[in-house]
Design a binder for this molecule. Structure first.
Ligand code: DQA
Length: 145
């Protein structure tokens, strides 16, 4: 049996993880997160593919691709687009692949403008506030779907 596929989509500024506001987002880079997801994915029988884009439409394309490729789940850290993007909300609603929203920080413990997620109503669930472990916890959740 072939492995399940999980796409991990990352939005704007997450390419700078490790250097970007480490007091909030931690010292792990996106490459570190990718390596730990791939290692855990191997144990769980899941193929993990990670992408990052600073462009909203590329994230929409990634969601469509997940559907076309029959992915088991998408793990989505939409970064600041979480708080602005009707296009991502619509894209999640347009596909049947379950989308797990993740955040390194806990947006509810931060500025008021981060308290609203446009994508949360369409997500299967949300994991936030555990730093880089938010991604690993999301992968565990994806494995159980
Ligand atoms: C974030 C939280 C967002 O509010 C912020 O814009 C980000 C990162 C997180 O992972 O904690 O870019 O999604």
């Amino acid at each position: 049996m072939s492995d399940k596929l999980v796409l991990v989509l990352n939005g704007p500024n997450l390419n700078l993880l490790g250097k970007r506001e480490p007091g909030i987002y931690g010292s792990a880079t996106l490459a570190d997160i990718e390596a730990s997801l791939q290692e855990r994915g191997q144990e769980l029988g899941i193929t993990v593919e990670l992408r990052q884009s600073n462009h909203e439409g590329a994230l929409v394309d990634g969601l469509h691709e997940a559907q076309e490729r029959g992915a088991a789940a998408v793990i989505l850290n939409a970064g600041a687009y979480t708080h602005t993007s009707v296009a991502l909300l619509d894209a999640i609603r347009a596909i049947t692949v379950p989308v797990i929203e993740v955040h390194l920080s806990n947006p509810h413990a931060r500025e008021a403008f981060r308290h609203t997620s446009w994508i949360a109503p369409a997500a299967k669930g949300t994991i936030a506030g555990f730093g880089a472990d938010s991604y690993l916890l999301a992968l565990e959740a994806a494995a159980r779907l």
